[in-house]
Design a protein around this ligand. Structure first.
Ligand SMILES: Nc1ncnc2c1ncn2[C@@H]1O[C@H](COP(=O)(O)OP(=O)(O)OP(=O)(O)O)[C@@H](O)[C@H]1O
Length: 352
């Protein structure tokens, strides 16, 4: 049974330029003990999806349609009071992008973890909560004595680990981890990911791991959802997505982290820029950057389709995956497409 079930979620930000369709019809699900990796370039809508789940959107952000069900209850329909009392932190916790911002600077880190534990478990004594906080610190490779330090006394990596401790302290059913290891060195990154997965096994926690780094997801995730321009363009089993994806965008992303695949050694970035989410228009949002775009890709928005490898993909040409994989592994494919596009823009300019 799915713990979290997101169906056709649309979350928009109101701006002077118009509504930014940051999540534009996102459907996803997560079950207990599953780790779902949410990947995609900056601005693709990953954080928006996570913040929508626990209703932590900024003032100009609105869930305009769709549902987010937790254990069958639609979080989007709950009063904010109920979300705060019953869901946020207790059932679903979030490790934010910048851990330092997650802590209150005037209280010690330990005091904040102890308070979180006691706020959700009325019968836990302070001493018990304290020993649990210390245990978590140790699990995460932190010196247990440091729980009496203030947040500013921690380095970035330590604060990040302490944030993981805080997020896990209340044994939530779901943890939303937003780039939990960005800006940390590789050794600490590995250690954090390892600790998270150990604790996850112990408590059967489900996790949504947001990252732009394909190598992080390859190590930790069971399922991967690839976001582009506010939509999930490809989702399925992590191994399959990493080794044999179908969407050209995933193929492009994979090229940027060549160490995760044996057959592509070159580091190739995807030329072009992400779409404008104020008025994305008809057609595939990736078409302007896609080396394989045909006429219909510009005109018809591809709908999600499931293939026999279990992948659900939004691409008109996903059934030609073998050819796409072969061609996408060549630098020239991306370079030529970008050059042709540039030429078309020049040719198509206003007539003098
Ligand atoms: N408060 C806001 N007001 C207006 N637009 C916003 C706001 N927050 C985010 N956006 C826009 O919504 C889109 C999705 O942003 P989001 O932060 O969800 O993406 P992301 O994939 O998590 O990126 P990153 O990895 O940089 O966090 C982007 O175009 C972003 O500029």
């Amino acid at each position: 049974m799915n713990l979290i079930e997101i169906d056709n979620l649309k979350t928009y930000y109101r701006t002077e330029a118009g509504d930014v369709a940051a999540a534009d019809g996102v459907s996803l699900s997560v079950s207990p003990n599953e780790t779902l990796g949410l990947v995609g370039e900056s601005g693709s809508g990953k954080t928006t999806v996570a913040k929508s789940i626990i209703r932590l959107l900024p003032d100009n952000g609105d869930i305009v349609s769709g549902t987010v069900k937790y254990n069958g209850d639609d979080i989007t329909e709950m009063s904010m009071k109920d979300v705060q009392r019953k869901i946020r932190w207790k059932e679903i916790s979030m490790i934010p992008q910048n851990a330092m911002n997650g802590f209150d600077p005037v209280h010690t880190v330990g005091a904040q973890i102890i308070e979180a534990i006691r706020a959700h478990e009325d019968d836990t004594t302070k001493a018990n909560a304290r020993s649990r906080a210390k245990e978590l610190f140790e699990d995460l490779g932190l010196d247990a004595e440091r729980i009496d330090d203030y947040p500013h006394q921690f380095s970035g990596g330590m604060a990040q680990r302490a944030m993981v401790a805080l997020a896990l302290a209340v044994n939530p059913a779901v943890v939303l981890a937003d780039e939990p290891t960005t800006a940390l060195d590789v050794v600490i990154q590995d250690r954090i990911l390892e600790s998270i997965s150990e604790l996850q096994d112990e408590y059967d926690t489900a996790m949504i791991m947001i990252t732009h780094d394909m190598s992080v997801v390859s190590e930790t995730c069971d399922t991967i959802a690839v976001m582009y321009g506010g939509r999930v363009v490809e989702v399925g089993d992590a191994d399959t997505i990493i080794k044999n994806p179908r969407h050209p965008y995933t193929l492009g992303l994979r090229n940027a982290f060549p160490d995760i695949t044996a057959d592509s050694q070159e580091l190739i970035s995807i030329p072009g820029t992400p779409p404008n989410l104020v008025d994305p228009g008809e057609g595939c949002r990736f078409a302007p950057r896609c080396p394989f775009a045909e006429e219909r890709c510009w005109e018809e928005t591809p709908q999600p389709e499931e293939y026999d490898d279990g992948l659900v993909v939004e691409c008109h040409r996903a059934d030609e995956a073998e050819m796409l994989r072969e061609e996408a592994s060549k630098r020239d494919t991306w370079k030529q497409a970008a050059e042709e596009r540039e030429q078309a823009v020049t040719d198509g300019g206003p007539d003098e």
